[in-house]
Design a protein around this ligand. Sequence first.
Ligand code: FAD
Ligand code: SIN
Length: 485
Amino acid sequence: MITTNYLVIGSGVAGLTFSIKIAEKFPNKTVVIITKSDEEESNTKYAQGGVAVVLDTETDSFKKHIQDTLIAGDGLCDESVVEMVIKEGPKRLEELMLWGANFDLDSNGHLDLGKEGGHSEYRVVHHKDITGFEIERALLKRAHQLSNITILPNHFAIDLITNHHVKHIEDEVLTCFGAYVLDQNSGHIFTVKADSTLLASGGIGCVYGHTTNPVIATGDGVAMAYRAKAKIKDMEFVQFHPTALYEEKGESSFLISEAVRGFGAYLRNKKGVRFMPDYDERAELASRDIVSQSIDSELKKIGDTHMFLDCTHLDIKAFKNHFPNIYNKCLEHHIDIEKDWIPVVPASHYLCGGIVVDKEGKTSISNLFACGECSRTGLHGANRLASNSLLEALVYAHNIFKYHSKNQYSLLDLTIPDWNDEGTVIPQEHVLIQHNLKQLQALMRDYVGIVRSNKRLKKAIRHLDLIYDEVEDLYKESKINNLPL
Ligand code: FAD
Ligand code: SIN
């Protein structure tokens, strides 16, 4: 068993930002970060476009960014949250830069600002087209400098520990006391007892077979919180990114950033028709939900598998400078963007809903906080505005830190039983679990995709109930392991 003051589940932008702040403020307190893969593996690492922040106040304003966010969210954002996050943006970005994150500069030495769908102004701060990689690098470097932070890679959080596990306080307020964690190297499950627990476990992209997300994005944190009876909301608002690279064989997950459309690229169908102006006056720079739905509609009309992104009219030298990663990835796929159109298709990208939190990141369970993509703050409404996610994580990590600076917890004298796996055995038929996962991904793609109907959703629920029963049966009889699926 490990005891710690702060348990953080996840080492992306949300988990690392909170950890650094709290560890700096309380050098005598301990922070344990549990992360199920290598420490840098996260959605954060793959973020391309950047962080949306109002910096150029001559052309831009908080008011415009707020308005763009509300429009993208389709009337379902919490306006006070939108205002709070956007106004905090510049301060949080500055802090990130003080920790060593580098962003591109323009010829005048000011931060270079890109544009993406739904934004009325240029306001996306970026590091080439690998902004997330740079942020993750800088945060990990800072976290490693702090001796009171311990990062445990290849450790998989299985379940939150609540009153349900600690028998003698059954009737008290629902409280979180830490988590049960699988050490994936030894196969051993142990208890992490914590004064305060932060879920920063990211999104759910891999619930769909075709996603821009890496394999770690399986919604574990939302599932753990749901099982512990925390409030969850807006799970239907899954955002599909319009332009994942299409590959004939296999499910591509490589993203062609929306910033490429911000740079002037056109969407065309295979006949060469630029179709977006027919759907929205903002054309390729309409918000993501609209562009994805329009592509879906074109695909159905033409009976095709993909559309194209045309960059051939752009300044290729400038393109290579801004998007070197995308340029090279396309070349690997024998696509020379100077001459060829990039085949693209929408893919699941981001979870707008999740674990309900207030402005201080508090969930409905005492001593349990959530931050980043696993949380539902009210910022995004039905559809997140591009590059508002990294921003949200930075702002909420700060708010959760501020709350912890004023409110101290101490639960460490409790007795928590060890993980009980009596009566379970190592599963002999791993293929059954693999099969359930593939079924789930196909079902979500076919029945719960970009455009939905009651008929398809009812069908999905029937199939999901079956999968649920099969998984429950397997879970009850199996020793937990993390064999690759
Ligand atoms: P993540 O960065 O996903 O981190 C989650 C962490 O939790 C990981 O370390 C993971 O291993 C760990 N974890 C998960 N489950 C468990 C478990 N059971 N036990 C232990 N550890 C666990 N947003 C923007 O604002 N701008 C962009 O330009 C942008 N581009 C994007 C491009 C791509 C390709 C993708 C996929 C997303 C992009 N996003 C962008 C979205 C943004 O990157 C994410 O929403 C954000 O990084 C989420 O940060 P996070 O810290 O909440 O989660
Ligand atoms: C992108 O670069 O297109 C992704 C931006 C985002 O998800 O916010």
